[in-house]
Design a protein. Structure first.
Length: 255
């Protein structure tokens, strides 16, 4: 059983139109009217955010990224201040797809601190590309956590959500394989230990969620046996029926 579940949808660069985004968002909102114990966050493309906030007060809005500066000559970037101003509450930072484009831990760290300054709650993604026999992936995740959270105060850490995202399990990865709840639990325990060593007892308030192609078929296993407080859902969040099923699974597991 989990104490406080959070289910986050990452729509990535989907759907293709505002009309389709509205239909999907509205369908999800209407189907979770009785959900009370699970927080639902939807992170659509930037251009849909302002319109979608009018559909439901039950669903929190999140952004898929945010820049580290408040304003300036940064063509194509969006600041946390802009996002907060239109009602965004969360922001995904350090996603593996952003890291694959060259984003470093130092870049992510600046974005995390900027998100706090803007009033946004960061959903920080960490995770390894491969699992090797020498278990060096633990050290990689440790470095990601230390470098991305460098300079974050003990008073602020409780506002961070850590999304464990094993890149080798993501649907877009070549020769991917399924992660298990045991894989997830192992890393969730490790992440919490690193956070406790760095931030002390305040780290116990941090929610750790799983984000490696979670879907309606494995959601219950990850939530009940994976040692996490929620899920970061990609492809399955673009299907209202599947995403609502995931939300209801979480709702039924909350104490």
């Amino acid at each position: 059983m989990i104490k406080r579940a959070i289910i986050v949808a990452n729509w990535k660069m989907n759907p293709a139109s505002l009309k389709d985004a509205g239909k999907l968002f509205d369908s999800i909102a209407k189907s979770i009217s009785n959900v009370k114990k699970t927080e639902v966050v939807i992170c659509p493309p930037f251009i849909y955010l302002e319109r979608l906030k009018k559909f439901s007060k039950k669903i929190s809005l999140g952004a898929q990224d945010a820049f580290w500066a408040d304003a300036g000559a940064f063509t194509g970037e969006i600041s946390g201040e802009m996002l907060y101003d239109i009602g965004v509450k969360y922001v995904i930072l350090g996603h593996s797809e952003r890291r694959a484009l060259g984003e470093s831990n130092i870049d992510v760290n600046k974005k995390v601190k900027a998100a706090f300054s803007s009033g946004l709650r960061p959903i920080l993604c960490v995770g390894e590309s491969v699992r090797d026999d020498s278990h060096s992936y633990f050290n990689l995740v440790k470095i990601q956590l230390h470098e991305c959270l460098n300079g974050v105060s003990k008073n602020s850490i409780s506002k961070v959500i850590i999304a464990y995202e094993p890149v080798w399990a993501i649907s877009s990865t070549i020769n991917r394989r399924d992660a298990t709840s045991t894989d997830c639990q192992e890393m969730a325990i490790f992440i919490r230990k690193i956070l406790f060593d760095k931030f002390g007892s305040e780290s116990q308030k941090v929610r750790v969620i799983y984000g490696g192609s979670a879907n309606e078929k494995d959601a219950k296993d990850f939530l009940s046996s994976g040692g996490v407080d929620g899920l970061l859902v990609g492809r399955a969040s673009l299907d209202a029926k599947k995403f609502v099923e995931i939300i209801k699974i979480a709702e039924n597991l909350v104490k």
